[in-house]
Write a protein that binds this ligand. Structure first.
Ligand SMILES: Nc1ncnc2c1ncn2[C@@H]1O[C@H](COP(=O)(O)OP(=O)(O)OP(=O)(O)O)[C@@H](O)[C@H]1O
Length: 299
């Protein structure tokens, strides 16, 4: 079963197409990581899924319904992002109580425990919290709502390293106890890859790659060694990234060598290493020209 389906989905902001005929299905009861470079269209997709925005063209379905202005979708979906807009007149404790009235599966006992763990005070005001504290409070609301579709858009913005670790652990523990469909967008795939079942990589509003994280871990390999040897082994392949090194050459290519080929490369002095899913996504969607050092070397 799928929790969400997009077919030829486009969304324009003015004349700019943030999503361009995106077709993708998001499986039910799994944690999907949504990644992509700045401006790839992640937030736009999440707002369309949550029913905040209407598509410009194409079709988006959540729980088999068009999400825009749909009551069933909004009661069963939460989008946690920096734009969460809580009534300024309410204290933090009152916000949790209001959320409990709105979300059918709200877990107040868990909310109270997380609230105490992160040392929030009941009579604090949301606007008085620091950026990281606001993200932490948002995370409590997102987790405790237990919505069938729970969406976190860059949830760890501003959180320090310890809180980020706690957040990932809380997310995983709560998901294992109460499986549901969770989408997490992040620029830090390496931090969240252990949580994920699937990864969806967007580029310029397109579905660039959508696969289980375990497959992505096997997707690419780096070859390093003497320049001539690495060049010869990568000549007729799609090279995702390459650079000259003191030892010769370093190149990242798709992982599709046979056992015999591995042995020949080893004998030619080439060292092969796995490439992390985060690095694969960066290499696949790199739109910068050259290296950052080139900018300074040309000055
Ligand atoms: N309200 C808006 N008005 C005009 N253009 C917008 C608006 N929102 C997004 N865009 C444009 O749409 C494109 C996709 O933006 P979006 O915020 O969806 O990307 P993103 O992948 O979430 O980026 P980031 O990783 O930087 O948060 C960008 O080029 C952005 O400039």
């Amino acid at each position: 079963m799928n929790v969400a389906e997009c077919r030829d989905l486009s969304k324009k902001h003015g004349r700019h197409k943030a999503l361009d005929q995106l077709t993708v299905t998001i499986g039910e009861n799994k944690i999907t990581g949504l990644v992509g470079r700045n401006g790839a269209g992640k937030t736009t997709l999440l707002k369309l899924l949550a029913g905040f925005w209407r598509p410009s063209s194409g079709d988006v379905r959540v729980f088999s319904r068009r999400p825009f202005d749909d009551l069933l979708v909004s009661a069963n979906t939460i989008l946690v992002d920096d734009d969460l807009d809580f009534p300024t007149a309410l204290t933090l404790k009152e916000i949790l109580e209001e959320a409990g009235r709105f979300y059918e599966n709200w877990d107040m006992a868990l909310a109270d425990r997380l609230f105490a763990y992160f040392s929030f005070q009941p009579d604090q005001n949301y606007a008085s919290l620091s950026k990281g504290q606001q993200s932490t409070f948002n995370m409590i609301v997102g987790l405790c709502s237990r919505c069938a579709l729970t969406i976190f858009d860059e949830p760890t913005n501003g959180m320090d390293a310890a809180v980020r670790k706690d957040f990932y652990r809380a997310l995983l523990k709560d998901y294992l106890a109460h499986p549901r469909s969770i989408i997490v967008s992040s620029h830090h795939l390496d931090e969240i890859e252990e949580l994920l079942e699937d990864v969806l990589l967007l580029e310029d509003g397109h579905n660039y790659l959508h696969m289980p994280v375990e497959e992505l871990k096997e997707y690419a390999v780096s070859l390093s060694g003497p320049f001539e040897a690495v060049s010869a082994w990568t000549r007729n392949r799609d090279v995702m990234y390459s650079k000259q090194t003191e030892a010769g050459m370093y190149a990242v290519v798709k992982h599709d060598f046979s056992t015999d080929e591995w042995e020949q490369m080893r004998r030619a002095g080439i060292r092969a290493e796995a490439v992390s899913p985060g690095d694969v996504c960066v290499y696949l969607t790199d739109s910068t020209k050259g290296e950052i050092d080139d900018v300074f070397d040309k000055a």
